[in-house]
Design a protein. Structure first.
Length: 130
């Protein structure tokens, strides 16, 4: 992808409402290759009680292995109607930290936080320091 195309593509991704197809294409362009063999969706039943007020469901698109052998999960976290991106910042960060610790001890995650009631969404990099 050329530099001008890349700029336009990134602008489209982050200035519009969340679209899983666009986000997935962005991740594929950003990371070149991710292991999609462990892609999975967890519904509200599988969200721990401590996070149920904020997280409706979440999904892993895949895992990226860095040149330094770190494992990075690519996640989409769908928030509840009551949860707001700005006010729930700590709770949703803690949710991702818990996911990283309990799901094969990943080193980090690239996460799209999506709210059903807001037009904006958040893209975050969460890294664990053990």
């Amino acid at each position: 992808m050329e530099k001008t195309q890349a700029k336009e593509f990134v602008k489209q991704i982050f200035t519009q409402t969340f679209d899983k197809g666009r986000f997935y294409r962005f991740i594929k362009e950003l990371l070149n290759r991710i292991d999609e063999s462990k892609a999975q969706v967890w519904n509200h039943t599988y969200v721990k009680d401590a996070f149920k007020d904020h997280v409706q469901r979440y999904e892993r698109l895949g895992t990226y292995s860095t040149p330094n052998k770190e494992k990075v999960d690519v996640l989409i976290v769908h928030l509840t109607d009551a949860s707001k991106l700005e006010r729930a910042r700590t709770a949703i960060r803690n949710f991702v930290a818990d996911h990283l610790k309990t799901r094969d001890e990943k080193d980090a995650a690239l996460v799209a936080f999506v709210s059903p009631t807001e037009t904006t969404w958040r893209f975050s990099y969460v890294k664990m320091e053990y």
